[in-house]
Every structure is written in structure tokens, then in C-alpha cells.
Design a protein around this ligand. Structure first.
Ligand SMILES: [Zn+2]
Ligand SMILES: [Zn+2]
Length: 420
């Protein structure tokens, strides 16, 4: 009956229905079971399709604002399968949200605009400026600094691509200068938090990682694949051993760069980390981070982080607060106790340049630096394009007024080795 391979009677029926009605009954029925802001609601931690359906069916929750009201009134907690803890966690997530769009989305939109301008306005040069360039967490206006201002403004005003954006666009001519002494991306001599495809979520081979690091002019690169304690799987002792063999081989092929063999350890609920003492001291260094139990109450969460900081085998605490902008709130902890302990134990705090993390934030870096803490600007790269995340970490360190000397990956390998 049909000549197209792979299209049977069922799909042919759907095509006929779509041509006749302009939609599909099955899809429409499913959509009607979902709240109006299903996309935003579904990004809340622990939100499931079932919970979305029940919230809509039982409480008529259509928007984030509806859900917030339902939690404050105590109704959401009573919904089947939700409970007070999840409701409280949703409320904290919602209350972290601000007007505008989260930074990672704003950067993606702004970069598309920059290419759009440079493609369509001959000779125009554009770059991201204002709140996005400063890496504010929430962006209410996309600001672009352009050469050929008037022409570009006229182009933007008439562009359908701009009208479709969720935030307005402004064109300026500012040229921000970084005060001397603050860390610049080109001062970084290496990156100490990088994943290869030895991690379940890594999308680059070890050979690629080393080649990219060398092409960036780094003196050293730290390999920190996830260790075994991570819920979705990581390296055990045997796999680490195998990885060391490959690292040594790559080291011979790339004499221009030193490869440090580290690991990203998972901090368990009780504050302990992966691996025994012997294995830990065999690694060149370790990065430890929280990846689960992010909603524990303050005392337990603080004790957990303090235990990791006090562990002499932990060199760096990765993405301390665990926040994902617009997705999940920071952990609830006593930050002054944590910063005091990190200074005491000389534990380095990471500034993670991932756009949805930006963790520590500029404000927290500023507070931490008053304790005499040292930092590392890391990419937490899982794929080649993410190596550039170190630039974001530098912007945050600049905003906090941190001097280059306090950023350990501006140091020589020799100096770094005595510290790790
Ligand atoms: Zn991590
Ligand atoms: Zn990582």
C-alpha cells in the first residue's frame, strides 16, 4: 500500500489525521493533562510526569506561581507522592529564581545574536557586554557592544530573530577593562577539573583532552574522572590503574605538557570520600564534590562538608554549593564555618566555570577570600567546547577582586605540586 519504507499503517494513519485536522488527538490529549508552564515546572528537582499531572488535576497548578502558592498554603504537601520535604525543596528552588532568563540560556541566545549580526551586517563586529559579560545569574536584557552601532541597531530592530527572544536586546559601545593584578584567562597554566570518556558523562577521549590542553598552551592538565561512589557510576581501583597506563602513554606522546592523574571523588552522606588511603595518596591530587543528598538540613550538610575539608587526601572542593542556576538551589550550610575550615586545612576551593553552576558565585568568592582561602579556576569540561569555561571562572574571580597569586592554576607546576 505505501511505498515509503518504515511507514506502516499506524504512522500512515497519524499522517492522515494530521493532514486532515492540523493536530493529533493523542498528542493534544496528553498536552491537556500537562500544566501550562510544564517546561519550567518539569525542571524543578524531583519533579516527575506523575507529580506534574497530579498537581494539575488535584490543585489546578498551571504555573510556577501557582505551585508556590500551593506550597505556602500547605496544599502541595498533601498531594499523593509529594510530602513536606520535596515541597520545601521546590519552594527554595523557586525562591532562588529571578526575573529574566538564567545565565546559561542568555549566553546561548547572545552568542547566536552575535553570529547573526556578523553574518548579516557586513563589517560589523559584536560582542556580549553588560550583565551577561559580568555573568550575573539572571539576565533581564541582552546587551551587545558593537562596532558600526547605528547600522546594527537598525538591523536588530527589524530582525524577527530579536522579536522572538524572551528578553529585550540593547546595543552599547562599552569597553570594560580588567584592573591590573586580577586573574586573566591567559594567565592560567592548566585546568584541574576535566572529564574524559572514562566518566559516564564525559564526551571526549583522554587523547583529545591532552591535545586540547596542549593546544591551549597549558603547562599541565589534571584528569579528574568520576570515582566509583557516584550514583551513575565511575572508576574503581582497577579502572584507575588502567587509566594510569594510558595517561603515561599519552605523556610520552606529549612531552610539552604534564598530565596530572587525579579523580573527582564523591562525598558520601557521612562526609567520607571514595577509595582507601593508599589509593588516594597514589593519585597526584583529588577534587571532591557533592552530587547527592543536596537537600539535607543545615547541621548535617555542614558537618558533611567539614569532614571532606578536614580529609588530608582532599585537595580541592569542587562546586561547593551544588547549585544549578534556575534548576536547583544551593545547599543549606554554615558557610563561615566552612570557609574557616578550608583556610585552616589549606583546602583549595574551586570556582567552577560551568554556566549553569558558576559555583562559587562572585559574592561567595569575595567572602571566602577574606578568610585567606586560595582558589582554582576550573572548566569541569566534559566535552571539547567546555574548556573555555575557565574564562567564566576568571570573570567571577575578577568581580570578587581576587589577585592572580591566590589562584593556584596560575602557578608553575613545581609550586602547584608542593601545594597538592
Ligand atoms: Zn562534580
Ligand atoms: Zn566534574
Amino acid at each position: 500500500m505505501l511505498a515509503v519504507r518504515g511507514i506502516g499503517a499506524a504512522i500512515a494513519g497519524l499522517i492522515a489525521e494530521f493532514r486532515a485536522n492540523g493536530d493529533l488527538g493523542a498528542v493534544t490529549a496528553r498536552e491537556q493533562r500537562l500544566p501550562y508552564q510544564a517546561w519550567a515546572l518539569s525542571r524543578l528537582p524531583r519533579m516527575t510526569p506523575n507529580r506534574l499531572h497530579t498537581l494539575k488535576a488535584d490543585l489546578k497548578v498551571e504555573t510556577i506561581a501557582d505551585l508556590r502558592r500551593a506550597i505556602i498554603e500547605g496544599a502541595a504537601q498533601a498531594v499523593r507522592g509529594v510530602g513536606p520535604q520535596t515541597a520545601a525543596y521546590w519552594l527554595r528552588t523557586i525562591d532562588e529564581q529571578r526575573d529574566g532568563v538564567p545565565i546559561y540560556l542568555a549566553v546561548a541566545l547572545a552568542q547566536q545574536l552575535v553570529s547573526h549580526i556578523e553574518e548579516h551586517v557586513p563589517g560589523a563586529r559584536a560582542r556580549v557586554a553588560g550583565a551577561i559579560a559580568r555573568l550575573d545569574e539572571w539576565i533581564e536584557e541582552i546587551e551587545l557592544a558593537v562596532s558600526g552601532g547605528k547600522e546594527v541597531s537598525e538591523f536588530l530592530m527589524s530582525s524577527a530573530a530579536v522579536a522572538a527572544l524572551p528578553v529585550p536586546v540593547k546595543v552599547t559601545r562599552d569597553s570594560p577593562q580588567v584592573p591590573a593584578g586580577l586573574v586573566l584567562p591567559e594567565e592560567l597554566r592548566g585546568d584541574l577539573h576535566v572529564h574524559s570518556d572514562w566518566s559516564p558523562d564525559g564526551r571526549q577521549s583522554l587523547a583529545q583532552v591532552v591535545a586540547i590542553a596542549a593546544s591551549r598552551g597549558y603547562e599541565y592538565i589534571g584528569i579528574t574522572d568520576h570515582a566509583v561512589g557516584l550514583r551513575f557510576g565511575g572508576l574503581d581501583a582497577e579502572r584507575l590503574q588502567a587509566q594510569r597506563t594510558e595517561i603515561e602513554k599519552l605523556g610520552e606522546q606529549h612531552p610539552e605538557i604534564s598530565i596530572l592523574h587525579g579523580a573527582e571523588l564523591n562525598i558520601a552522606r557521612d562526609g567520607t570520600v571514595d577509595f582507601d588511603q593508599e589509593l588516594l595518596s597514589w593519585l597526584d591530587y583529588t577534587v571532591a564534590g557533592l552530587h547527592s543528598f543536596l537537600s539535607l538540613e543545615r547541621d548535617e550538610q555542614t558537618a558533611r562538608v567539614l569532614a571532606a575539608i578536614a580529609n588530608p587526601e582532599v585537595d580541592i572542593i569542587a562546586h561547593l554549593t551544588g547549585r544549578r542556576i534556575g534548576i536547583r538551589p544551593p545547599i543549606d550550610v554554615d558557610l563561615s564555618a566552612i570557609f574557616a575550615a578550608a583556610a585552616d586545612h589549606e583546602t583549595i576551593l574551586e570556582v567552577n566555570g560551568h554556566l549553569d553552576r558558576l559555583d562559587l558565585s562572585a559574592d561567595l568568592i569575595k567572602i571566602a577570600s577574606a578568610y585567606g582561602i586560595e582558589f582554582v579556576a576550573d572548566s569541569d569540561s566534559h566535552r571539547p567546547a567546555e574548556f573555555a569555561n575557565v574564562g567564566n571562572a576568571c570573570v567571577l574571580l575578577q568581580r570578587a577582586g581576587v589577585a592572580s597569586e591566590s589562584v593556584v592554576n596560575t602557578w608553575s607546576l613545581e609550586a602547584l605540586r608542593t601545594r597538592l
